[in-house]
Design a binder for this molecule. Structure first.
Ligand code: B12
Length: 434
């Protein structure tokens, strides 16, 4: 999940803003411990669920980050993450004179609770959070408004409180887009441990929370990191990932992660990953849904996080029928803008291939003539799936044949030919079979 605005960042090697170096600032009256106590109370009053304080250091696993980048596991985010790697290595580059990094956790889950309180999989193994027919799934963090706006305003208020309380101090709020290793510092600040799914997991609240940070020149006592690995022998997340995105525990191959495929990468999805995407059209929660530590994750009533239009899933036919203007209007202020119209439409077509809905046939036929080749290619693939699943197969073949006569994009032509060559396949349990 990213929101890139490079102009915010100082160029590596140049000091950031007015230098506050050498000033260890604490309010004359308050001891650092008292100040930290008051800061926590202020942060909670602003709506942050949990607060932890980390000292300033290079992120504990920076070397792991650099090797992850070099291994090509960052996929489409490589250039952006690599460009800011020097800043990530040294928080002083984000705020010169920084003395403490206040890490803030904000719970965001608003999803319906299953009777078994176990989120994703019911006793008979079926996926209780599956989308209704003809609908796509949206990750919990994205069903409401874009969290960056809410968290940034809260961070600004906290920064103002701190500079009022400690005159002369400077602070800087960071959420997601600045090159801060938020999970490393979340761990350092005692907010949780790093799970095998690479999520920062809180023993009290699970992992459905956002991280944000307030870097400050105020010296505050640091919290103690959790040394216990509460994952133990559990590997539910590693096994549940339908695209095998975990080459090993605590390492995510982002090129295979459904969140990357639906949010960050708006090109054609590699053929071997399409079936695994299931009905996800934006983000993915599977490795969190199956995590036993999320059984007791708190539900929040924050209005900004409530599902827009009251629906945590999206009608796929609607997504295929949007043009750029209606897309922007429909998802104004929503994280889904990041996928762009063609990215979301492409994912909707793939979801209709994995879970055909005859009621969406007209929309899929329209997508075969979408202005964007990536959407046309995905629609062709989906129609091939309808043939293999014997859903309106004759009609699907007809649509493909009609499009083959007029299509001029080489990649789409290849998708059309592949799909037109599809044959009926006997369904096997748990397999979408395309
Ligand atoms: C790039 C990015 C992505 C990428 C890559 C994710 C990844 N796992 O690397 C993609 C697009 C796939 C992605 C997906 C998601 N993301 Co994202 N993402 C980021 C971003 C911008 C950078 C993360 C990064 O640098 N990744 C590279 C890897 C190598 O680093 P890392 O994940 O930080 O892992 C470090 C630690 O795990 C550490 N580590 C490993 N083992 C151990 C052990 C110990 C003891 C310690 C100390 C450290 C440690 O080493 C790694 C290197 O530093 C952060 C925001 C930020 N600035 O940090 C949000 C962030 C991590 N994402 C977040 C979320 C919510 C998601 C999704 C759940 C969204 C969704 N539902 O689709 C998925 C989850 C997928 C997953 N299992 O991670 C939250 C996570 C909150 C939390 N509780 O952990 C963050 C913090 C954003 C935020 N502001 O809240 N994301």
């Amino acid at each position: 999940m990213t929101r890139e605005r490079p102009d915010q960042f100082p160029v590596p090697g140049e000091p950031a803003g007015p230098s506050a170096a050498g000033l260890s600032q604490t309010a004359a009256a308050a001891s650092p411990a008292d100040l930290a106590h008051r800061l926590r109370a202020q942060a909670r009053q602003l709506g942050f669920a949990r607060v932890g304080i980390a000292g300033v250091a290079s992120p504990p696993r920076h070397a792991a980050f650099v090797s992850w980048l070099k291994a090509g596991l960052a996929g489409p985010m490589t250039a952006w993450l690599a460009r800011h790697e020097p800043l990530r290595a040294d928080p002083q580059m984000l705020l010169s004179g920084v003395r403490s990094i206040v890490m803030l956790a904000t719970d965001y889950d608003t999803s319906p609770r299953t009777p078994s309180r176990h989120r994703a999989v019911a006793a008979d193994g079926h996926d209780v959070t599956a989308a209704p027919p003809g609908h796509g799934r949206v990750a919990r963090y994205a069903v409401g408004d874009d969290y960056h706006d809410l968290l940034r305003s809260r961070l600004n208020m906290l920064a103002n409180w701190l500079s009022d309380t400690v005159p002369g101090s400077t602070s800087r709020g960071v959420v997601d887009s600045a090159p801060l290793a938020e999970r490393d510092f979340g761990w350092l600040a005692g907010l949780g441990w790093i799970g095998k799914n690479t999520m920062l997991i809180s023993p009290q609240a699970g992992s459905f929370f956002f991280l944000s940070a307030l870097l400050t020149t105020v010296e505050l006592p640091a919290d103690t990191p959790l040394e216990v690995d509460h994952c133990g022998t559990c590997t539910a997340c590693l096994e549940a990932c339908p695209t095998d995105a975990f080459p090993e525990p605590r390492v995510l191959d982002a090129t295979r992660c459904i969140a990357t495929l639906t949010i960050e990468d708006r090109g054609p999805v590699p053929a071997d990953l399409r079936e695994g995407m299931g009905e996800w059209v934006f983000g993915c929660d599977i490795c969190q849904d199956v995590c036993p530590w999320n059984r007791h994750a708190p539900l929040v009533d924050e209005p900004a996080f409530q599902p827009r239009h009251g629906d945590a899933t999206l009608p796929l036919a609607d997504l295929l029928g949007l043009d750029t203007a209606s897309f922007r209007q429909r998802f104004h202020g929503s994280p889904l803008l990041r996928a762009k119209r063609h990215g979301l439409a492409r994912s909707a077509a793939i979801a209709l291939g994995n879970a055909p809905d005859p009621a969406a046939a007209a929309a899929l036929a329209t997508a075969l003539a979408d202005p964007e080749p990536v959407v046309r290619g995905a629609a062709a693939w989906a129609l091939g799936c309808w043939i293999t699943k014997d859903v309106r197969a004759a009609w699907a073949r007809e649509q493909l044949a009609l499009r083959l006569e007029v299509e001029d994009d080489a990649a789409v032509l290849a998708e059309l030919r592949d799909a037109a060559g599809s044959q009926r396949v006997e369904p096997s349990p748990g397999k979408h079979g395309c």
